[in-house]
Design a protein around this ligand. Structure first.
Ligand code: HEC
Ligand code: CU
Length: 485
């Protein structure tokens, strides 16, 4: 149904201008009066995300036969993590169904004989009890059939509604059904299907990395994974969607939940148009659109410049730490009128001195002589110090960032120094250096640590990043200072 606003208006009008309004109602909701003729029948083409079935070209309503199979199946959820998904059509999200407003849908739900549980389907596009849930509830090895007329256009979520409903949805039982307006949607160069969902997982159960559903985490709404298209990286990296500069894109985006609302955003692109919540209201020039759990959105944009667009839930830890990220790679010529890229980079030194000092709280300039520590103590303290003081530039794995921050891993530059690197940490480093054959010319600030801390952090990088396995002592650092400071 369209809006409460319409209901209210209708309620008032029914009592005042019955005849005048009914004509208006017909025009507004083609299909609802069931006046359109159903001509012929066709088998729905179903697709897995991110693919979308082809545009419907016929200009009349028809009987659409949908065959959807429920399959319980163990698949990859993240690297090293497997999960037994419950699926509509063998993948998460479920198969995309595309029909037209006014179509008669003959729906066949099949529950695969190897499955363990009963399932059903509630399509939000259905006008009728439970969206078809009661009519379609079936045990493994059974099929159910029901029919509905698609009264309203829009992009609708479907999901399993078998108790415990939350668990069936949390295991991946959701997908999208598009009900196009009778006249069809305007042509675009690409259409893609994306759907977000969260996974609440137990501790690893076996050597294959299998994890089970964790009810407590689901109740707490505290997922381990928030993913787009059923697994971390399902539509990113090698599986990214690909388009060309100048092309238009339409995304059919759903949110299966079961709990979280998605703040859907494309990093590096503005949505020219958004069909809010998958309905008929169009918003323009949108940065982030909210997609409720059990809701959808249709977003459209033109790709003007090359690069990789990151499609994320802008509740950003979900995107970069829990998996809610997909990518579109835009290929083609640069357009510097629209975007220049980095034009120059300069050293920014507001204090006017060549080398900055980073101060940490635990700085101990007081000359206390501490007993020397063991290798184990140095390594464990060194790791914490490294994470706090060095990781931001040299990266957690010590591999650095190509062209900017040199690697500490197996560094010939570090190993060739006769001070074990003490001078670099105490005084910083600038000017051109060559590390493992690659030139760097940047500034490393002096890191203000106590002698004991310098000893630990250097011991850590000498031993953990595949360098010479030296133990650096606090007294080595004190010696260096007495000679150089
Ligand atoms: C703000 C960024 C930054 C931080 C923080 C930083 N470094 Fe560096 N580091 C650099 C840069 C840049 C260079 C290269 C300087 C040059 O080009 O002369 C470098 C060079 C080095 C080198 C020599 C080159 C190599 O790869 O072997 C060592 C060793 C090193 N850093 C260790 C550390 C340690 C240990 C810490 C933490 C205590 C640290 N760095 C913190 C940016 C940083
Ligand atoms: Cu189910």
């Amino acid at each position: 149904m369209k809006t409460t606003f319409n209901y209210t208006i209708r309620f008032i009008l029914v009592f005042s201008f019955v005849t005048a309004f009914s004509a208006c109602q017909k025009k507004e909701k083609a299909g609802e009066d069931l006046n359109t003729e159903i001509i012929g029948e066709t088998n729905a083409i179903l697709t897995h995300a991110p693919e979308v079935p082809p545009h419907i070209t016929a200009k009349h309503n028809t009987k659409v036969i949908v065959n959807l199979e429920v399959i319980e199946k163990t698949m990859r959820l993240a690297d090293g993590v497997n999960y037994t998904f419950w699926t509509f059509g063998g993948k998460v999200p479920g198969s995309f169904i595309r029909i037209r407003q006014g179509d008669l849908v003959e729906f066949h739900l099949h529950n695969h004989p190897d499955n363990m549980l009963p399932h059903n389907i509630d399509l939000h596009a259905v006008t009728g009890p439970g969206g078809g849930a009661e009519a379609s509830l079936i045990a493994p090895g059974k099929s159910a059939q029901f029919s509905f007329r698609a009264l309203n256009q829009g992009l609708y979520v479907y999901h399993c509604a078998t108790a415990p409903v939350g668990m069936h949805i949390a295991n991946g039982m959701y997908g999208l059904i598009l009900v196009e307006p009778l006249e069809g949607l305007p042509p675009v160069d690409h259409e893609f299907y994306l759907m977000q969902g969260e996974f609440y997982t137990s501790k690893q159960q076996d050597a294959n990395g299998h994890r089970d559903f964790d009810m407590q985490k689901a109740l707490d709404e505290n997922p381990d994974f928030v993913v787009i298209n059923g697994a971390v990286g399902a539509s990113a990296g090698e599986n990214a969607m690909r388009v060309k500069v100048g092309e238009t894109v339409r995304l059919f985006v759903g949110n299966g939940g079961p709990n979280l609302v998605s703040s859907f955003h494309a990093i590096g692109e503005i949505f020219d148009q958004v069909a809010i919540e998958g309905g008929s209201l169009i918003n323009e020039n949108v940065q982030t659109t909210l997609i409720p759990a059990g809701g959808s959105s249709i977003v459209e944009f033109k790709c003007d410049v090359p690069g990789t667009l990151h499609l994320v839930d802008h509740s950003i830890f979900r995107a970069f730490n829990k998996g809610a990220l997909a990518q579109i790679k835009v290929e083609g010529a640069e357009n510097h009128q629209v975007y220049t890229g980095k034009q120059r980079e300069d050293v920014y030194l507001p204090e006017g001195s060549a080398v900055q000092h980073i101060t940490t709280k635990e700085t101990a300039d007081v000359a206390v002589v501490l007993p020397e520590k063991t290798l184990e103590e140095r390594l464990s303290e060194g790791q914490t110090l490294f994470n706090q003081n060095c990781m931001a530039c040299h990266m957690e794995n010590g591999k650095g960032i190509a062209g900017t921050f040199p690697p500490l891993e197996n560094s010939d530059f570090l190993q060739a120094r006769n001070d074990k690197g003490i001078g670099i940490v105490l005084h910083g480093l600038q000017g051109e250096i060559t590390v493992n054959g690659t030139k760097y010319n940047n500034i490393m600030p002096a890191v203000k640590l106590s002698d004991d801390q310098v000893a630990s952090v250097l011991t850590y990088i000498h031993n953990k990043f595949n360098n010479d396995k030296v133990l650096v002592k606090a007294s080595d650092v004190a010696d260096w200072r007495s000679k150089n400071d």
